[in-house]
Design a protein around this ligand. Structure first.
Ligand SMILES: [Zn+2]
Length: 207
C-alpha cells in the first residue's frame, strides 16, 4: 500500500516495525499501570493516617495497627488490627469490629476487614515486665513500635513474652528474622525469669 504508492516496497516493512514497536510500548505502559499496585506500592501516608483516625473514632477502639491497603486499581481492600479491651466480651468486640468495618467501607469504598486484638487488663507485675521490654525496644534503633504485647506466665518463674514489632521502613525483609532473634536474646538477658519470648515482625507495607 504505502510501498506501492511511493514505489518503495521496503516502506511496508519499516511501517510494520514502527507499528509493532508502538503496540509493544502501549502494551507495556498499560500493563505497568495495572500491575504496579498489585505488586505492592507503598500507600500514601495521608490515607493511612485518615484510616487510623477513622478507626480510632469508633467507640470501644483504643488503637489501630497493621493497616494494609490492597490497591486493586479499581477498588481497595483495607485490613487493620483494632485494639479493643477484652472486658467487653467476644460478642461486643465483634460488634465493635463490624462498626469499624462499616465506617471505613462507607468512607473508602471497597472491602474492609477489621481484625480484633483483645487488650488484656494489665496487673502491676505485667506492667513492670512491659516497662522493661519497652526500654529494650526504645534502645533498638531499627524497631519503631510494638503491639499485641502479652505476658503468659506458666508460673512466677517462667514468664513468656509475645509481641508484634514494627521495623523502620528501610530495613530489608531479609533482616527481619535476625532482628526478632536479637530481641529475644536481649529480653532473655535483661528481664528476670523469662522462659522464652517470641516476636513477629509485621510485614512491609503495613502501618
Ligand atoms: Zn495485631
Amino acid at each position: 500500500m504505502a510501498g506501492h504508492h511511493f514505489h518503495r516496497p521496503e516502506l511496508d516493512g519499516y511501517i510494520g516495525i514502527l507499528v509493532s514497536a508502538w503496540l509493544l510500548y502501549l502494551g507495556f505502559d498499560h500493563g505497568r499501570e495495572a500491575i504496579v499496585p498489585l505488586l505492592g506500592k507503598a500507600p500514601s501516608k495521608d490515607m493511612i493516617q485518615r484510616i487510623r483516625e477513622t478507626a480510632r473514632s469508633v467507640d470501644g477502639i483504643e488503637d489501630v495497627h497493621e493497616i494494609i491497603i490492597h490497591d486493586y486499581g479499581s477498588m481497595y481492600l483495607i485490613s487493620a488490627h483494632v485494639e479493643i479491651p477484652e472486658k467487653f466480651g467476644s460478642a461486643t468486640m465483634h460488634e465493635i469490629a463490624e462498626r469499624c468495618e462499616g465506617k471505613l467501607r462507607k468512607t473508602y469504598g471497597g472491602e474492609v476487614v477489621c481484625h480484633t486484638d483483645p487488650l488484656l487488663e494489665k496487673t502491676p507485675e505485667v506492667q513492670a515486665v512491659e516497662a522493661q521490654f519497652k526500654k529494650i525496644v526504645e534502645q533498638s534503633p531499627r524497631i519503631t513500635a510494638y503491639h499485641d504485647f502479652r505476658v503468659i506466665a506458666e508460673s512466677p518463674r517462667r514468664i513468656i513474652i509475645v509481641a508484634d514489632i514494627d521495623v523502620a521502613e528501610e530495613v530489608p525483609e531479609a533482616e527481619f528474622e535476625a532482628i526478632a532473634s536479637d530481641l529475644e536474646s536481649q529480653v532473655k538477658a535483661t528481664i528476670q525469669n523469662i522462659a522464652y519470648s517470641q516476636f513477629y515482625v509485621t510485614p512491609k507495607f503495613s502501618y
